[in-house]
Design a protein around this ligand. Structure first.
Ligand SMILES: NC(=O)c1ccc[n+]([C@@H]2O[C@H](COP(=O)([O-])OP(=O)(O)OC[C@H]3O[C@@H](n4cnc5c(N)ncnc54)[C@H](O)[C@@H]3O)[C@@H](O)[C@H]2O)c1
Length: 389
C-alpha cells in the first residue's frame, strides 16, 4: 500500500499516542508535529526523525497536501477548532475524547465531517480495554439477560495532580471533570447498556481541592504526579482558578428504558473504574480495570458477593492504557484506509459529551433534570451508515 502520512496537532502530552502509528518498517509514518511547547517538538523529532515538519501553528501542518490523517490531541477546549480545521483541509481526523466541551461544539464537528466528507474518528480508547471488551462479550451473549441497571464508581488517586493544576481546573477550558473524565465512562455505559442517555440529574461539589496551596499565576501548571503527594490536603501547586467539582455524581435515564449512575471522586488513595451491570438474569462486575483484573458474574440467586458464579481472569496486555492505545490507533488506520468499522462512534462520543455537559448544568442549577437534545437526523443517518452517503 502507498505510504500513509500522518500529522499530529498537540505532539506532546497525549500526542505521544500517535507514535503507535509511526512504523518506519511498515507503510504508516508520522511526518509532521505541531505544539506550542518547543520541548515537545524536540522529543517528537527525536522519535520520528529530524526531517519531520515541526512548528507551532497547526494551519501550516494542514497545508501539507500529502498528509492524509491528523491526530488532534490538544486540550479539550481546542478540539472543536482543530478538528473542524483539519476536516475542512480534507484530512481524516483522530480526535481525542472528549469530542468537545459543549454540545454545540460536538454538533459543529459532526456537521463539518458531513459537509466535507472527511473521515472522523473518536479516540474513546476504553472501547478497546480488555476488561470492557470482556464485559461487552458476556452481556452480548445474553448470559445476564436484558441490562436494566448500570453503575460506575470511579476512584481517581491522581485527580489532584492531574486535573487541579492546569487548564482542567477551569470550566471555561473543560466544562468540568464529570465531562472531562466521565465522557469515557458514560460512553462505556451507553455501549454496554445499548442505549443513550435521554435525561440526566447531576449533583457535585468542590469539597477538598479548594483548600490546597495554589501556585503563582505566572508559574506554569505541572500536572505530573507522585504517590508521595498524600494525603490530599497536603498537595500544592494547584491552579489559581478552580471552579470545577472534585466529587461528581450523575443519574441517567436511557432511551431504552434502562437507568445508570456514575460517581467520580478525585481524592481517593487508589484508582479504579468499577462498573456493574445488572440484567434480568444476573450481574457482572469488573475488579480492576487494566492489567491483571477479573470479570465476575453472578447468575444464581443467593450467590455470595465473594463467591461469584463465574470468574474470568484477564492477563496484562502490552501497550499503554491496558493495550488499548495501540489497538485503537490500528483501528483508526484500518477505518481510514480499508473502511473497517471501529468500536468507537462519533455519535456516541457526542452523546457522552451531551450527558456530561447537562449533568454539570444540572448540578450547578439546583439538580434540575435536563433532557439531551437529539442529533440532527441527516447527521445521524450519515454516521450510522459508516460515514457514507
Ligand atoms: N484517551 C485517553 O486515555 C487520554 C489520556 C490523556 C489525555 N487524553 C486527552 O488528550 C487531550 C490532551 O490531554 P493532555 O493531558 O495531553 O493535555 P496537555 O495540556 O498536555 O496538552 C497536550 C499537548 O498539546 C499542546 N498544545 C496546547 N495548546 C496547543 C495549541 N494551541 N497548538 C498546538 N499544541 C498545543 C500542549 O503543549 C501539549 O504538548 C485531552 O483532550 C485529554 O482529554 C486522553
Amino acid at each position: 500500500m502507498k505510504l500513509f502520512k500522518i500529522g499530529v496537532i498537540g505532539a506532546g502530552g497525549r500526542g505521544w499516542l500517535a507514535q503507535c502509528a509511526h512504523k518506519p518498517e511498515g507503510d504508516t509514518r508520522l511526518v509532521a508535529g505541531v505544539d506550542v511547547k518547543p520541548a515537545a517538538l524536540e522529543k517528537f523529532q527525536e522519535r520520528v526523525g529530524g526531517d519531520a515538519f515541526v512548528g507551532d501553528d497547526y494551519r501550516e501542518l494542514l497545508k501539507i497536501a500529502d498528509i492524509e490523517a491528523v491526530f488532534v490531541t490538544t486540550p479539550d477546549y481546542l478540539h472543536e477548532e482543530h478538528a473542524c480545521a483539519a476536516l475542512e483541509a480534507g484530512k481524516a481526523v483522530y480526535l481525542e475524547k472528549p469530542m468537545a466541551i459543549t454540545i454545540e461544539g460536538c454538533d459543529r464537528i459532526l456537521k463539518t465531517a458531513y459537509e466535507t466528507g472527511s473521515k472522523l474518528y473518536l479516540g474513546h480508547n476504553m472501547r478497546y480495554f480488555p476488561a470492557i471488551l470482556k464485559m461487552k462479550e458476556v452481556i452480548d451473549s445474553g448470559l445476564i439477560g436484558e441490562i436494566q441497571a448500570g453503575w460506575c464508581r470511579h476512584f481517581i488517586a491522581y485527580g489532584g495532580d492531574a486535573y487541579f493544576r492546569d487548564w482542567h481546573s477551569e470550566q471555561q477550558y473543560s466544562t468540568g471533570l464529570l465531562l472531562q473524565k466521565g465522557a469515557h465512562d458514560i460512553d462505556v455505559m451507553h455501549w454496554l447498556m445499548g442505549g443513550y442517555t435521554k435525561r440526566v440529574v447531576g449533583m457535585g461539589r468542590l469539597s477538598v481541592y479548594d483548600k490546597c496551596a495554589r501556585r503563582d499565576p505566572d508559574v506554569p501548571g505541572n500536572a505530573s504526579w507522585k504517590n508521595s503527594q498524600w494525603p490530599p490536603l497536603e498537595q500544592s501547586g494547584f491552579s489559581p482558578v478552580i471552579d470545577v467539582e472534585d466529587h461528581n455524581m450523575v443519574m441517567m435515564q436511557l432511551d431504552n428504558g434502562a437507568q445508570a449512575s456514575y460517581v467520580q471522586c478525585h481524592y481517593t488513595p487508589d484508582s479504579e473504574r468499577n462498573y456493574t451491570f445488572i440484567g434480568t438474569h444476573g450481574r457482572i462486575e469488573n475488579i480492576g480495570d487494566g492489567g491483571r483484573c477479573q470479570i465476575q458474574v453472578w447468575t444464581q440467586r443467593g450467590s455470595a458477593r465473594l463467591d461469584p458464579d463465574i470468574i474470568y481472569q484477564l492477563k496484562p496486555v502490552e501497550g499503554t492504557h491496558g493495550g488499548s492505545d495501540p489497538a485503537i490507533v490500528q483501528a483508526f488506520i484500518d477505518f481510514v484506509r480499508e473502511g473497517k468499522t471501529p468500536n468507537t462512534s462519533p455519535i456516541a462520543a457526542r452523546n457522552a459529551v451531551a450527558a456530561g455537559v447537562l449533568a454539570h448544568r444540572s448540578m450547578r442549577e439546583g439538580c434540575t433534570p435536563f433532557d439531551i437534545p437529539p442529533v440532527d437526523k441527516k447527521l445521524l443517518d450519515y454516521f450510522n451508515n459508516g460515514q457514507k452517503r
